[in-house]
Design a protein around this ligand. Structure first.
Ligand code: PCA
Length: 214
């Protein structure tokens, strides 16, 4: 009997003084769930340049997923954000959890300037919005460890078209938001599950705008 397809969902450990990181809580909640005929495997990444990439690479070798969705926290954002593009630069405003700050260094020396997500970001946003959840396409994943992992993931998948990859940023939880935008954990879990279902269902993305005018 063929093995059930797998989806790898990563979340990050807390960073920058926070005690929790909702991205890991969401991934953990989805562990073992069956979505669109595939089984979710969750993993927690260190918020450390380099080490986070080694961890997600090792998990891909072990689990051989067909979809890889990395999750991270974007404090201050109100929506579940499907990231469009990863850029080849690390420029950290704060130290990572190993105490290192990388400033204007490439994620991959000699790599292209950017990679696009190969997940159907418009379909994922539509699925979440249809369920009444705040969702948006984001045009930047920042220049910290999230973008670093997203870029390295897409670089690793550049010749493996059968495996699709992407990144979503989630908002703060209400308990940690201190007046900033927030979204309850249950709604974050529901949103990411719907986004994964849409990613399973849509190999081609929808033609609808998710653009921004600077
Ligand atoms: N958010 C950070 C790194 C880890 C996380 O959850 C970021 O957006 O880069």
């Amino acid at each position: 009997m063929p093995r059930m397809e797998r989806i790898l969902v990563s979340g990050f450990e807390p960073f920058g003084g926070d005690r929790v990181n909702p991205s890991w809580l969401v991934a953990q909640a989805l562990q073992g769930r069956s979505i669109g005929g595939a089984r979710v495997v969750a993993m927690r990444l260190p918020c450390v340049f380099g080490a986070a990439v080694e961890a997600i690479d090792a998990a891909q070798r072990l689990y051989r997923p067909r979809i890889v969705l990395a999750l991270g926290l974007a404090a201050g954002r109100a929506e579940l954000c499907c990231e469009r593009v990863a850029i080849n630069v690390d420029d950290a405003r704060i130290a990572d959890n190993a105490g290192r700050r990388r400033i204007d260094e490439p994620v991959v020396a000699g790599g292209p300037a950017a990679y696009f997500s190969t997940l159907p970001i418009k379909a994922m946003v539509a699925a979440m919005a249809d369920a009444g959840l705040p969702a948006a396409v984001s045009q930047t994943a920042g220049t910290f460890v999230c973008n670093h992992v997203f870029y390295a993931l897409m670089h690793g998948l550049r010749r493996r078209r059968a495996v699709r990859g992407g990144f979503m940023h989630v908002p703060l939880l209400p308990a940690q938001a201190a007046g900033r935008p927030a979204l309850a954990l249950e709604r974050q879990i529901e949103g990411v599950a719907l986004a994964l279902r849409a990613a399973q269902d849509h190999v081609r993305d929808l033609q609808q705008t998710g653009g921004a005018i600077a």
